[in-house]
Design a protein around this ligand. Structure first.
Ligand code: ASP
Length: 340
């Protein structure tokens, strides 16, 4: 290595330990925009606010995406976490995944009675030799790692929804609600008139320009016992490639799994597409594969690239995402969609 190259490399390494220096350098690139956090649906605004406290204080994206979605996991009568709708047998089962800039990842599926599945997913990543733990084994691992067993009881809203659902016991997903069976009487309409959603996915780019992502859900309401959606499946519900970008999904999990959606979005960004174009291309892939079978379903993606360009895109109208960065003030943005 020439001494000049060595000097440049050493300077770069030194700069990476001082985020403010790196940020100042990066600011010369007109398209850079970080730190940044983007997350799905209306609840994303509240989750982003928490994540931003971390990003703005030069904390790693991994901490931001964990702490951000934890806020929503703890909300009673929300659709993510223990307040969510149960499966058809009356059990709330939770799926979550997390991934960092080094390709480390962890996930849990069908986890019961634990408030923060995202933190259990992180513990799987950091404290086990595995990527994914499910069901009783995931719960056993959580308890062994200091998580506390919560009561089985459903939240008041979920109990109401479940009793209503039991009358017909139909599994009929609804676009943008994912609360199956409530076309004329959606149970998760909040007092402010907004709808709850079953998933929050979050992507962050920190001041060291490192990416991480998280995804947590109670899954599709009234699913079969044991059903696992896209959210805990690395590549489907979430994918991070620190060279290129990150993506996450929400909506009808089975359709997202079929195209390994989040990985596909990142690969489209690798080919040079913008985050929005990459999300759109993944939606087009799903349509090519499934055509009319998607008519009554929603799928949507969010994505961010290494420079801090971020966007979402959906199959159907009604998907929104929250975005905070030096250029965005935690706005809730209505995503473009394919089927006009
Ligand atoms: N993708 C989630 C699942 O299929 C549901 C959602 O996004 O609301 O479990």
């Amino acid at each position: 290595m020439t001494s000049r190259r060595k000097f440049i490399l050493q300077s770069a390494l030194a700069a990476s330990s001082f985020p403010f220096i790196l940020k100042a350098t990066a600011a010369h690139h007109p398209s850079t925009n970080f730190p940044l956090v983007i997350s799905t649906w209306d609840a994303g605004v509240k989750a982003n606010a928490k994540a931003w406290e971390f990003l703005n204080n030069n904390k790693p994206a991994l901490d931001a995406v964990e702490q951000g979605v934890m806020v929503i996991e703890s909300e009673v009568n929300c659709c993510v976490g223990l307040g969510g709708n149960p499966d058809r047998d009356g059990f709330v089962t939770l799926d979550a995944s997390i991934m960092n800039h080094l390709g480390d990842c962890g996930s849990v599926a069908a986890l019961e009675q634990i408030e923060h599945p995202i933190s259990v997913a992180r513990a799987v990543m950091e404290k086990s030799p595995h990527v994914m733990l499910v069901g009783q084994g995931a719960q056993q691992f959580a308890l062994a790692n200091g998580f506390i067993l919560k009561p089985k009881e459903l939240s008041a809203e979920a109990e109401k929804s479940y009793q209503y659902w039991l009358k017909k016991s139909e599994y009929r997903p609804i676009i943008n609600v994912e609360n199956n069976g409530y076309k004329n009487n959606p149970p998760n309409k909040l007092d402010n008139g907004q709808f709850n959603h079953d998933t929050i996915a979050m992507l962050a780019l920190d001041n060291l320009q490192n990416l991480s992502g998280s995804c947590t859900t109670s899954g599709m309401g009234f699913k079969y016992r044991g059903r696992v959606g896209d959210s805990p499946i690395i590549g489907a519900g979430l994918f991070v490639d620190n060279e290129i970008g990150a993506a996450a999904a929400t909506g009808h999990g089975e359709e997202i799994i079929r195209i390994v959606g989040s990985h596909l979005v990142v690969e489209f960004m690798r080919q040079g597409k913008s985050p929005e174009a990459a999300c759109k291309a993944a939606i087009e892939r799903a349509i090519k594969l499934r055509g009319d079978k998607l008519k009554d379903k929603q799928i949507a993606f969010i994505a961010v690239n290494k420079h801090g360009e971020a966007a979402g895109y959906a199959l159907q109208k009604g998907f929104s995402y929250a975005l905070q960065s030096p250029k965005h003030n935690n706005e809730l943005i209505e995503a473009k969609f394919f089927w006009q």
